[in-house]
Design a protein around this ligand. Structure first.
Ligand code: CAA
Length: 258
C-alpha cells in the first residue's frame, strides 16, 4: 500500500512505520491521522506482523499536530470532524505491541502519539514537550491524561503550563521513556526489542497489553482480579505447556500462538 505521509516496511515479523513529512518535522495532519489509522488496521489484520515500531526522523519524531492545517479552523470544524479522535481510537483498539522509537522532537501531538504506544525507547537527543499553551490551546490527543498518569500531577502541570521541553534523561527518569540509547543505536535497539517480543507467545503478549492497560481503567482490586483471571486463562493454552516444559528441559520454547 502506497502512503503519502508514512512509510511502512514489514521485516522479520515487525512492521516499521515511519512518519514521513520531513518538511514539516512530521507534523500530524489529517492525512497522517488517516494513514496511520489505516496502517494500524492493516498491521492488525496481517499475520506476518507480530509487533510494530513507530518512528520519525532523527530531527523529529513529530513536532505536533499540524499548526498550519489547524490555524484557520473554528470550534465547529474541529468538533464535527473530531480531527484526532480516530487516531486515539485506532491505538486503543490495536492489540499487538507498539514501540515508539523517538529521536529529536516529540512535541504536542507528537509527544501524545508516542504516549499512545505501549512504550517509548528514546534516543539521547529526544525532546518531549506539550507546548500547546504557547499556541493558546491545550493538548488534544491525550497529553493531559496520559502524561499525567505517567509523570504525576506536578511534572505534568509544569510541562503543560510552561510548555518547556523534557530531555531524554528526564524522560527516562520520570517514566516517559523505558530506556535511552545513543542516537545511532535507536533503530537497531527498537527493532531488536520488537523482534524479541515477536518471538513470544502472541496470546501472552496480547494478554500483557490488556492487563497492563486495565490498570489505567479500574481499581486495584478489580485490576488484580482481572490479572488473576487472565493468568488462569493462559493455562488453557499450548504455549503455557510449551513455555514451562522448555524451561524444565533447558531449551528455547517454540511458541505456536495456540
Ligand atoms: N505544524 C506544522 N508545521 C510545523 C510544525 C507543526 N507542529 N512544527 C514544525 N513545523 C514546520 C515549520 O513551520 C517549518 O516549516 P517551513 O520551513 O515551511 O517554515 C519546518 O517545520 C521546520 O521547522 P522550524 O523551522 O521551526 O525548525 P526549528 O529547528 O527552528 O524548530 C521546533 C523546531 C522547536 C520543533 C519548532 O518547529 C516548533 O516549535 N514547532 C511547533 C511545536 C508545537 O508547538 N507543537 C504543538 C502543536 S499543537 C498540537 O500538537 C495540538 C494537539 O495536542 C493535538
Amino acid at each position: 500500500m502506497a502512503y503519502q505521509t508514512i512509510v511502512v516496511d514489514i521485516e522479520d515479523d515487525v512492521a516499521l512505520i515511519r512518519l514521513n513529512r520531513p518538511d514539516a518535522l512530521n507534523a500530524i495532519n489529517s492525512k497522517v491521522v488517516e494513514e496511520l489509522t489505516e496502517a494500524l488496521g492493516a498491521a492488525e489484520g496481517n499475520d506476518k506482523v507480530r509487533a510494530v515500531v513507530l518512528t520519525g526522523s532523527e530531527k523529529a519524531f513529530a513536532a505536533g499536530a499540524d499548526i498550519k492545517e489547524m490555524s484557520e479552523k473554528s470550534f465547529v470544524d474541529v468538533f464535527t470532524s473530531d480531527m484526532f479522535g480516530p487516531l486515539n481510537e485506532a491505538f486503543l483498539r490495536f492489540r499487538k505491541p507498539v514501540i515508539a522509537a523517538v529521536s529529536g522532537y516529540a512535541l504536542g501531538g507528537g509527544c501524545e502519539l508516542a504516549l499512545m504506544c505501549d512504550f517509548i525507547i528514546a534516543a539521547d537527543n529526544a525532546k518531549f514537550g506539550q507546548p500547546e499553551i504557547n499556541l493558546g490551546v491545550v493538548a488534544g490527543i491525550g497529553g493531559t491524561q496520559r502524561l499525567t498518569r505517567i509523570v504525576g500531577k506536578s511534572k505534568a502541570m509544569d510541562m503543560h503550563l510552561t510548555g518547556r521541553f523534557m530531555d531524554a534523561a528526564e524522560a527516562e527518569r520520570s517514566g516517559v521513556a523505558s530506556r535511552v540509547v545513543p542516537l545511532a543505536k535507536l533503530m537497531p535497539e527498537a527493532m531488536g526489542v520488537a523482534r524479541k517480543i515477536a518471538e513470544k507467545s502472541q496470546v501472552a503478549v496480547m494478554t500483557v497489553k490488556e492487563a497492563v492497560n486495565r490498570s489505567y481503567e479500574t481499581t486495584l482490586r478489580e485490576g488484580l482480579l482481572f490479572e488473576r483471571r487472565v493468568f488462569h486463562a493462559l493455562f488453557a493454552t499450548e504455549d503455557q505447556k510449551e513455555g514451562m516444559q522448555a524451561f524444565l528441559e533447558k531449551r528455547e520454547p517454540q511458541f505456536r500462538d495456540k
